[in-house]
Design a protein around this ligand. Sequence first.
Ligand code: NAD
Ligand code: LMR
Length: 327
Amino acid sequence: MSAKPAIRVAVTGAAGNIGYSLLWRIASGNCFGADQPVILQLLEIPPGMDRLNGVCMELTDSAFPLVHGIVATSDANVAFDGVNQAFLVGSRPRGPGMDRSDLVAANGPIFVGQGKALNDNAADDVRVIVVGNPCNTNALIANANAPDIPDDRFTAMTRLDHNRAMGQLAAKAGRPVADVEGVIVWGNHSPTMYPDVSKATVQGKSVVDTFDADWLGSEFHKTVSTRGKAIINARGASSAASAANAALDHMRDWWTGTNGKPVSMALPSKGWYGIPEGLMFSVPTICEADGSLTVVEDWELSDHAKAKIAASADELLKERAAVAELL
Ligand code: NAD
Ligand code: LMR
């Protein structure tokens, strides 16, 4: 038995595709460490409860030593009771022919109730990642409905975009992804995102000096920013294992710290780089050992980068205006 007290980890949409990948890795210690027990607090909507029951049976049958309890519920107040780490995944995925922003009407209201339930029930140290799309604006909604929780505990996931960019650069260079460093994704988790390789290196060599500028500006950018749609077209379902993996990377980095290395996370803007305050915007973020998040504020931006960042901020302003009644 571990000496550490268990932490409470909520996963919403726990019977969905991402949940099915995420839960096993949280339970095996792949996120919070091999010596950190967890109590899993799993939320589904009532029609999902039979499926969730099956997921719980399989979790029990996996006999994870680190799992000190499993709660399965359709009540957000129960799922978020005393919760320290919250993965907000539950929401509708888009289908072929849809944009992520088309989901805001269906999914936005979910994050009103869940923001309130977090506000009323979560532990003082709660940290939240929103994965459900459109994740930046859903995180904004949850944050706005949880006035007692500090803003900087709410984040949205752009780590999948970050990992996609790393994967594309590694593949192009014919090197393992461990040789790639310094990529940052700015903005919205949408095609307006800006995958910034200005400081990126492969095997220590500048990406900008090594790769063809045309490839970086066109194919690379397009592949990363539209990868979600390409996966839906190929798989007939939205990315799930890679999304769960990215959520784990995000929360693991926040838990352990990144040793001064910036990663891509969407946080409520404090006006950095002229990004309107409050927008959930992906920026270069250092996860400190004490659990705080520091935004790198002196990243040099070209005029091209500034224009891309402004366009993504404009899109998020429009999304914010569209959900004004939920904030
Ligand atoms: P899924 O349909 O397989 O699973 C979603 C689950 O959420 C379902 O079981 C559903 O019953 C449940 N659910 C719906 N409303 C809920 C609510 N109010 N409370 C609790 N549970 C609820 O979908 P999925 O593939 O797991 O994707 C989930 C979300 O994640 C989608 O919105 C998808 O677009 C998004 N996503 C985001 C990223 C990203 O990079 N940010 C990547 C991939 C997927
Ligand atoms: C992704 O990027 O794969 C997800 O956000 C799913 C989607 O709708 O693109």
